[in-house]
Design a protein around this ligand. Sequence first.
Ligand code: DGL
Length: 269
Amino acid sequence: MAVGIFDSGLGGLTVLDAVQERLPDVPFAYLADSANAPYGVRTTDDIYALTCAATQQLFDEGCDLVVLACNTASAAALRRMQENWVPPGKRVLGVFVPLIEALTERQWGDNSPPREVAIRNVALFATPATVASRAFQRELAFRAIGVDVETQACGGVVDAIEEGDMILAEALVRSHVDALRRKMPTPEAAVLGCTHYPLLQDVFQAALGNEVKLFSQAGLVAESLADYLTRHPDMLGTSDGCLLTTGDARRVSDRATQFMRREMVFSTA
Ligand code: DGL
């Protein structure tokens, strides 16, 4: 049995870490589509095709449930996959909804009309494709009214992280926070809307200032998955846990080990 976790690259490891801690008895099959990362600069059709192919690989591994631990795939492909592609008996979940539930302080399945919430000004940091999709604003509008969202497409950050160039990644984060502040000088909250960004959470927080509440997804997704599996214990699948990449397994293992500060050995998908 295993639950599939998918990301274009290393960012989903921030989610993997949290779900493993929250659900220590559940094995996870992680797939990084490193050969095609980053997704955030691709077209919607491209992201859809790549995400379907990667998810199919995890189904073929024996997973019945796959979590897209990738905002770009969740924003650009998930709805279309759920409507047109996911085979019977399989499920695909994304990372947006748990985040928005936390931001709006609403419980899972609360389908009451949108209402005013405590937070008024939110900064969203995400990939260019996630920002362009407006999926965050759309999901938010189902639940909350009166929230002003300012977005910042953080070009280059994912590439720098995947290359292991953290000095460049940090410099880019600072300049993206500056750019956001020129549009929204005093956000109350900021959303790290890319699973790579928690690897730079301290840099975001320092650049934004401690008065800005940071929302990042890993812990929220872990809680939401635990809740889902309690309600659907039959979705654990038949696979054993594994770490797979479509890229160079050795290189990806080295980077993952560096980021997670524990040994991570990937095999070629
Ligand atoms: N970690 C991803 C996300 O959450 C993917 C970024 C990318 O491949 O550009 O959006």
